[in-house]
Design a protein. Structure first.
Length: 136
């Protein structure tokens, strides 16, 4: 049964500033993802606060939003069979030091904050996050 899903991926400032965006995009493609849309942008802290609103009660919320708005990011709509979970598997654990060999965060992540990529954590959030960046 075909279960193509779309998910939102962000290549974060730490990876873009190290010019890793093309390498990371190749990793998605070689793992069977199609990149349906992509754009390189810089967002404001207010936009980051809206994007990460689910985390607003967390102690790391302010730093997280300051960080995501600190430099260029690449936002993408990825598509693959069971794409939401497949993307989370390819990214690896949130903290790069816990991420498995072969994952993006193991390979490129620097710290739990500078963990190189974000990916939607559910089908519902994927729809919300895709709309956030690609409404029109
Ligand atoms: P991301 O997948 O973008 O979702 C929220 C981000 O918060 C997460 O990646 C981490 O980069 C960041 N973060 C910082 N501290 C923590 C923490 N203690 N637990 C989870 N996420 C954290």
């Amino acid at each position: 049964m075909n279960n193509l899903e779309q998910t939102l991926s962000i290549i974060k400032p730490d990876a873009v500033e190290r010019n890793l965006d093309n390498e990371i995009k190749e990793m998605f493609k070689s793992n069977g993802f199609s990149i349906l849309k992509e754009k390189k942008i810089k967002i404001t802290k207010t936009e980051a606060e809206q994007f990460y609103k689910v985390h607003e009660t967390k102690p790391f919320y302010n730093d997280l939003c300051a960080y995501l708005s600190s430099g260029a990011i690449v936002v993408m709509i990825l598509e693959k069979e069971n794409g939401v979970l497949a993307n989370r598997e390819l990214m690896g654990a949130t903290n790069p030091k816990d991420a498995e060999e072969g994952t993006i965060r193991k390979k490129y992540g620097i710290s739990i904050d500078k963990n190189s990529v974000h990916g939607s954590d559910s089908i519902d959030n994927a729809k919300i996050e895709i709309d956030f960046f690609f409404k029109d």
